[in-house]
Write a protein that binds this ligand. Structure first.
Ligand SMILES: CC(C)(COP(=O)(O)OP(=O)(O)OC[C@H]1O[C@@H](n2cnc3c(N)ncnc32)[C@H](O)[C@@H]1OP(=O)(O)O)[C@@H](O)C(=O)NCCC(=O)NCCS
Length: 161
């Protein structure tokens, strides 16, 4: 089951994120985004009342659109990886991002994983941002033409360290 995260889930989310990445950095990023009020929404994958996956979308500041979202991080508990949970979280997350009014989504992630959801580095080539230019920097337009003209985006402070 995929649902929106509640404050009561935070401890379990920290565990899943830290276990998935094998280090605390991404869980700290999640905490900092929450503390700074930069989270757009978080979803969790729940099985037998246990949280086994998590995805977070934050807001970017774009010069041409009201809301461009950043997808990061996404994490699935190590014992439950490669069973479709990550894909289900990304797909549900993109649907929610649309409902939240996001015009587009940007991700800095594995170039082999995100194209299956429609993300591409080619689409992101018009975006000016600190991480732009890398094959890992990918964008997905939720409306036609969102990334056709140059756009500058600023990331929440949490991504800066
Ligand atoms: C990446 C992650 C969220 C994917 O979730 P998942 O439930 O394991 O993935 P799914 O079952 O939906 O999809 C499986 C596919 O993802 C690929 N995949 C899994 N982990 C991956 C990773 N770290 N990098 C790139 N691809 C990965 C698998 O190779 C598989 O590809 P295939 O379909 O071409 O064979 C999960 O493996 C995870 O938490 N990894 C550790 C944390 C991490 O790297 N997060 C993402 C940062 S961009």
């Amino acid at each position: 089951m995929i649902r929106y995260a509640k404050p009561a889930d935070h401890a379990a989310i920290t565990e899943v994120v830290a276990a998935a990445f094998g280090q605390p950095d991404e869980a700290r990023l999640v905490d900092r985004l929450r503390a700074d009020g930069d989270v757009l929404f978080e979803l969790v994958a729940e099985e037998a009342e246990r949280i086994v996956g998590h995805i977070l979308f934050s807001r970017l500041w774009a010069d041409r659109y009201e809301l461009i979202a950043a997808l990061a991080p996404v994490a699935v508990e190590p014992g439950r990886q490669n069973d479709g949970l990550g894909s289900a979280l990304v797909r549900a997350g993109l649907e929610s991002a649309r409902e939240f009014g996001a015009h587009g989504v940007i991700v800095l992630g594995h170039p082999a994983y995100y194209p299956r959801f429609g993300f591409s580095a080619e689409t992101a080539r018009t975006v000016k941002a600190p991480y732009a230019g890398s094959p890992a920097f990918m964008a997905l337009a939720l409306e036609p033409g969102v990334f056709d003209a140059p756009m500058t985006v600023a990331y929440p402070d949490a991504f800066g360290g």
